[in-house]
Design a protein around this ligand. Structure first.
Ligand code: MN
Length: 443
């Protein structure tokens, strides 16, 4: 595991106005994304305060040399897959050079500040795009309390299936329908059959839900047939984001047996636009959460010294809802819940090592979802299915509205923050989308 360096130094200041003390993007963060302005070409950028450092402009500036210049060029196109493919040391090198460039006391400050008009864009003017082309997307199920809560709704006597504590459960999701934050999500039509229905019917999903997840962005990856050992897994994770795994619960309940989720999940997945790098999150790594007494130890291929010591992450995620009526009245979004990645049963490295353990190849830009993250009670549950106990306990909203599941026009916003004493807190940006009505059914 790489050590903390000057880029994490809590006293490091930045010459970009508003960056110091910024709630999400101080100089200690430097997340990577893809943006455009006024319909021009999408290119890589780094969030700094309320600005975006244009990596295409930086690559053309002559301010970088050698490996850092090459890494900047790899990140200056319309998708960050080339940057994700770089060895971790080269990605870290670009981060160190950019940090120095933006540092108040950096030697290149005068040259950088002189062309700040070319290098920096107001984030409010930018349109964010998908940070990478996602070739494959896999959704895990590592939130054990979510697994218990959902299991209890379906199997009150036997909530957690016997494999759960031995094998990281996941399924192969759909990459084509992943969209960046801000893209509307259309309610799906699908086949549903209620418990009292004699036959299924086809129509709009009536139990539309969100799932609060951590996005894990794959770096270099592996060749087919060559598993990534747990000890190397962390170096294949380039960064993290937020992921909303939209879920049609009524469609899911009818279709999921015996092969698992299909159309209930494949109509949309929303990700936040910024890849918060594994480097930026180093101060917020924790020991792998201890397993309760009596739980099985992970098998050797899922157990490593480094993962035990620092495989965990401490990230707090919050979920907000606003309805059309709330927005009309100028009411602020209501906070539905807050959860933490400390409640994941499997670490990202364990998920990645497991994914490749049978020989499956991961490629730069592949995306893993952690699975819905839930805590001990309803204030920390990661989905409406859990918060409302399967729709039995509606959520009260300002203006005398209630919700069991999402209605058309509802907007879900996820935000996240990593903090700990002695480190500058960093944020993730937003993972946001509005639900649109289901399409008219053609014949
Ligand atoms: Mn999920």
């Amino acid at each position: 595991m790489t050590a903390l360096d000057e880029t994490h130094d809590p006293v490091r200041r930045c010459w970009v106005p508003g960056a110091d003390g910024h709630a999400e993007f101080p100089i200690q963060n430097l997340p990577m994304g893809v943006f455009s302005v006024d319909g021009d070409d999408p290119r890589g950028g780094i969030a700094i305060g309320d600005r975006i450092l244009d990596l295409k402009a930086l690559a053309a500036s002559g301010l970088l040399i050698g490996e850092a210049q090459a890494a900047c060029e790899a990140a200056s196109g319309p998708a960050l897959n080339g940057w994700l493919a770089l060895p971790p040391g080269e990605r870290s090198g670009l981060r160190r050079h950019v940090s120095d460039l933006l540092w108040s006391e950096g030697v290149l400050r005068p040259q950088a500040e002189e062309i700040a008009g070319d290098l920096l864009v107001d984030a409010s003017r930018a349109t964010m795009h998908m940070p990478a082309i996602v070739g494959d997307y896999t959704d895990f199920y590592a939130g054990i309390r979510h697994a218990e809560n959902v299991g209890a709704l379906f199997r009150p006597d036997n909530p957690l299936l016997p494999n759960y504590k031995h094998v990281p459960i996941g399924y192969h999701g759909r990459a084509s329908s992943i969209r960046v934050s801000g893209t509307d999500v259309r309610r799906p039509n699908g086949q549903v059959k209620g418990p009292d229905d004699a036959v299924p019917r086809f129509g709009p999903c009536a139990r539309l839900d969100y799932e609060t997840e951590l996005a894990i962005w794959v770096g270099p990856g592996n060749a087919l047939g060559e598993p990534i050992p747990i000890g190397h897994a962390a170096s294949h994770i380039a960064g993290y984001g937020l992921l909303n795994d939209w879920s049609a619960r009524d469609i899911q309940a009818w279709e999921y047996q015996p092969l698992g989720p299909f159309l209930a999940k494949n109509f949309a997945t929303t990700v936040s636009p910024w890849i918060v790098t594994a480097d930026a999150l180093l101060p917020f790594r924790t020991e792998r959460p201890a397993r309760p007494a009596g739980d099985p130890a992970p098998l050797a291929y899922l157990d490593g010294e480094e993962d035990r010591a620092a495989g965990g992450l401490s990230i707090d995620i919050e979920v907000f809802l606003s309805t059309p009526a709330m927005r009309e009245k100028g009411l602020a979004p209501v906070r539905l819940a807050g959860c933490t990645t400390r409640d994941l049963y499997w670490t990202p490295a364990q998920m990645l090592a497991h994914h490749t353990s049978g020989g499956c190849d991961l490629r730069p830009g592949d995306l893993l979802g952690s699975g819905t993250i839930s805590g001990a009670d309803a204030s920390s549950f990661g989905s409406l299915l859990e918060i409302t106990a399967g729709g039995r306990n509606p959520v009260s909203l300002p203006g005398e509205e209630t919700r069991t599941f999402l209605q058309d026009g509802d907007e879900i916003v996820m935000r996240a923050r990593a903090s700990r004493p002695g480190a500058v807190p960093i944020g993730f940006g937003e993972c946001r989308a509005v639900v649109l009505p289901a399409p008219e059914m053609g014949r």
